[in-house]
Write a protein that binds this ligand. Structure first.
Ligand SMILES: NC(=O)c1ccc[n+]([C@@H]2O[C@H](COP(=O)([O-])OP(=O)(O)OC[C@H]3O[C@@H](n4cnc5c(N)ncnc54)[C@H](OP(=O)(O)O)[C@@H]3O)[C@@H](O)[C@H]2O)c1
Length: 281
């Protein structure tokens, strides 16, 4: 039985292949990527797979029984791209699609949700077996810019006291590997998030402790934050989106205390402190 992984050249997909290699034979894994050379070091079969080249998708899925569809990163184009993959999977005889969606996709103010929800619906209506992994925020969304925040001496945002239950990409990838390699996850929707909640103020405090420098959290209104991001060079639409996600935190959109992710992977999720320690090494 072959298991295909789209987006395997990306950060989550790379982790997913590596986690799956601990659970199934390498020969049963197919990395579905735009550029096979990017994934040569993974040591699994790589096939060309571009969501936009719809005519070639089904052929690349030949012999694949389970497919991890990692959501694309071109916002606004994704429903069309994901639909093409679902249709090709049907044509190729794929039996089960696991899709990486967004935490609380059916009940969130995050602007990314509609494309994910549309994809979830298309998948449910496809007649294929599905598992929906509604992934919360990655720890790395914060820690990848930690060095910049240290240099600035401050963290800016508009999330006030909003709580965030993020987890590492590695944790979400491991959950995908579990679902792809074990029985019992058919036609389920999982809300996945980190075990621990933190606010941006907590995060600034952690950063101060680890770096031994004084880092404060400066809370702005959504508009002020968006303008501040533009001033440091972020394009307007991206700045508005980014500030909007901060404000969504105030609605509880990035928080969830069901601990479904740690239950799936059989261990506590990676804390933001652990990810921050790695980022600041
Ligand atoms: N939960 C969160 O906090 C969070 C944060 C950011 C993103 N996300 C979502 O989660 C996904 C995975 O995250 P990530 O960090 O691994 O992102 P990433 O490193 O940007 O990886 C995205 C992957 O999608 C592939 N891709 C993009 N367009 C494609 C196309 N037209 N056809 C085939 N493959 C295509 C990329 O391939 P190439 O290598 O060829 O470019 C890459 O492998 C993202 O795409 C996004 O939907 C979630």
């Amino acid at each position: 039985m072959k298991i295909g992984i789209t987006g395997a050249s990306g950060k989550l997909g790379n982790w997913a292949v590596n986690k799956l290699k601990n659970r199934v034979a390498d020969k049963d894994i197919v990395a579905l990527v735009r550029t096979p050379e990017k994934v040569a070091s993974l040591g699994v079969e790589a096939r060309v797979f571009n969501y936009d080249k719809t005519e070639n998708l089904a052929a690349s899925l030949k012999g694949v029984e389970k497919l991890l569809l990692i959501s694309g990163n071109e916002i606004g184009k994704r429903f069309e791209q994901h639909s093409a993959v679902i249709n090709a999977a049907k044509e190729a005889g794929v039996k089960h699609i696991v899709y990486t969606s967004l935490l609380k996709a059916d009940n969130t103010s995050i602007a990314l949700a509609p494309e994910h929800l549309q994809t979830e619906e298309a998948l449910k209506n496809s007649g294929l077996t599905y598992t929906i992994l509604r992934n919360g925020w990655y720890n790395e969304n914060y820690t990848e810019t930690a060095q910049n925040s240290l240099a600035q001496g401050a963290l800016y945002g508009s999330s006030g006291e909003g709580k965030i239950n993020s987890a590492s990409r590695e944790d979400y990838a491991e959950a995908a590997a579990v679902v792809l390699s074990e029985e019992g996850h058919q036609n389920k929707v999982y809300e996945l998030s980190g075990d621990q909640a933190f606010t941006m103020k907590d995060y600034a405090q952690m950063m101060s402790e680890i770096s031994k420098k004084d880092i404060s959290y400066v809370n702005l209104s959504e508009e002020e934050f968006s303008k501040a991001l533009e001033q440091v060079g972020m394009p307007t639409a991206m700045a508005k989106f980014y500030a909007g996600t901060h404000t969504s935190t105030l609605n509880g959109d990035l928080s969830d205390n069901r601990n479904t992710l740690s239950a799936l992977i059989g261990r506590p999720t990676t804390t933001i402190t652990q990810s921050l320690e790695v980022a600041l090494q």
